[in-house]
Design a protein around this ligand. Sequence first.
Ligand code: FMN
Length: 334
Amino acid sequence: MKTAITEMFGIEHPIIQGGMHYVGFAELAAAVSNAGGLGIITGLTQKTPELLAKEIARCHDLTDKPFGVNLTFLPTFSAPPYPEYIAAIREGGIKIVETAGRSPEQYMPALKAGGIKVIHKCTSVRHSLKAEQIGCDAVSVDGFECGGHPGEDDMPNMILLPRAAEELKIPFVASGGMADARSLVAALALGAAGMNMGTRFIATKEAPVHDNVKRALVDATELDTRLVMRALRNTERVLKNKGVDRLIEIEREKGAKLQIADIHAEVAGVYPKVMIDGEMDAGAWSCGMVVGLIKDVPTVKELIDRIMADAERIILDRLAGFVGAESKAALRVA
Ligand SMILES: Cc1cc2nc3c(=O)[nH]c(=O)nc-3n(C[C@H](O)[C@H](O)[C@H](O)COP(=O)(O)O)c2cc1C
């Protein structure tokens, strides 16, 4: 399937694996790229630029296909040394960067000087247009359904994607709530040139996380995510667990007076506990509503092959079946 995104990134299928803290290691990124999608290493999971350089080298050993690096600009107490991370990315021969969080404007000259294509992930039309204006090559339009940070507009993809299509000149992928061929075909119908998946890729054989995490994703339903940190304007969609119940109780008590220090135990240092040690009640970790569509733990290649084969069937059988012979002849569709 050729789209503006497959052409731009030199990939076979219009499927991207979004950056994920403590999930987006070389093993997963390489598996996605080897299966014809675009794998992405999560830059800031590597504690230093030197460690990121090593992770990039490890990924080059695992695949000859293109892969990218995610750079997330989120509010933190002490900002990571972004220029040094970008230097590691450039020196590692990376040609695709997924940015997220704040606007990457400040870092665009350094990224562009490295011949890097930038796909910025954002949750609104206005931020997508800003990304286009500052020279991003593509956008990952992330709807309210998404795992991670859906922003504060609460705009689901059924509205957000066609609005993005109306306004944007650069290509975009649909992100948030994407799980299977139905998601891909719907995303294409709404104007996207592909899809970005986060949560779905965690429930794969190659995702280097504890089996408890994969089991929790298979067991959960679409009703099991919660929004936290709204009072801090840093809303995050997470999987419900005992730590999240505690967090929500604190949020209820503190109301608008909530400060990050109040929920430190429930949000800080949670990822290694969950993803490496499998402590499922440790606290808040990102998970999308799409968890309700996850029923198995296939290999990445099985997942991507299934999506592409089913997408063809949906387009050729189901959708084409709705169009009458006369219309097909008039449109010159086989
Ligand atoms: C466990 C987890 C960790 C994530 N960490 C990051 C991150 O560090 N940076 C980022 O830009 N996005 C992060 N995301 C968001 C994903 O890249 C992607 O945009 C999102 O998962 C899409 O929604 P979906 O989960 O419905 O597919 C994370 C998502 C999950 C599920």
